[in-house]
Each structure stands twice: as C-alpha cells, then as structure tokens.
Design a protein around this ligand. Sequence first.
Ligand code: FES
Ligand code: FES
Length: 152
Amino acid sequence: MRITLTINGDAREADVWPGESLLYALRERLGLPGSKNACEQGECGSCSVLLDGTLVCACLVLAAQADGHEVVTVEGLAQGDRLHRVQEAFVQSGAVQCGFCTPGLVVATADLLRHTPDPSEDEIREALSGNVCRCTGYAKIFDAVRIAAGAA
Ligand code: FES
Ligand code: FES
C-alpha cells in the first residue's frame, strides 16, 4: 500500500507492507536511519519520534497508521548545519558513548523541554524513563538535559 505523510516538514510517499512498522519505513524506505532499532518491542526508546506532536516509539506504530499524519524524527531537529540545543548539550556534557540510544534520548528531551522548559529532577527522570542507555550510567545524559534547559 502507498502512504503519504509529512516528515520533518516535507511531503513524502512510500510503498509499505500493511504490517510493517513506521520505524522500518523510516529507516529502510525513506532514507532516515537516525531513529535506531534496538529492541523493536517498545522497551528501549531508541526509535522515539513525534507523531502529530506526540512522542511515540516508531517500532510500535504501523507505517500505515502514519498515513496522512506528521512525523518528526531526530533528523528534523537540527536547522541546516546548526544542531538543536539538545544535540549541542549532549555533545557538551559528553552524554554520547556508543550513540545508539542518543537519537531517541535527543527526541525525548526536546519533547520534554517543549512542554516543560524548566524541568525538575523528577520530571527529567520520568520523561526519559522509557529510554534505555547501556553505556553512560545516565548522569551525563541528565547533565545534558539541564544544560539544554538552561540554554532555552
Ligand atoms: S526499537 Fe522501538 S522501543 Fe526499542
Ligand atoms: S551511549 Fe551507548 S547505549 Fe547510550
């Protein structure tokens, strides 16, 4: 089936199998590999994207469900060569090791700060509780969120 959707502000079309995930369509059909596939079960958050402004795991959404809707991926956060302030903060705090979790964490953090510009510690932990990182121990990730919040 053919789907038509808006991705990072651009009108896009893709031919998809009715049962395939939005994550698969983004990565394999639409040339957007920023969203990572770590578990494909909604457990890790590495595939986080915004669907009509709501944070979702792209591995749990059918591509067909995104037909006619608006998707923002990690590729849509930077402005040209200029990184999003959350991306800058992750670099600045050293919150990136293997980097596999980073796109999902960046999208989730940008979503948090959009709704809660000055989050408390509990709000940061709650907002990122669906994003698993196997490398950093989270301290530098939380530092990055605080840096990005301060840069708002
Ligand atoms: S790949 Fe989607 S939550 Fe892990
Ligand atoms: S930096 Fe490796 S999983 Fe988070």
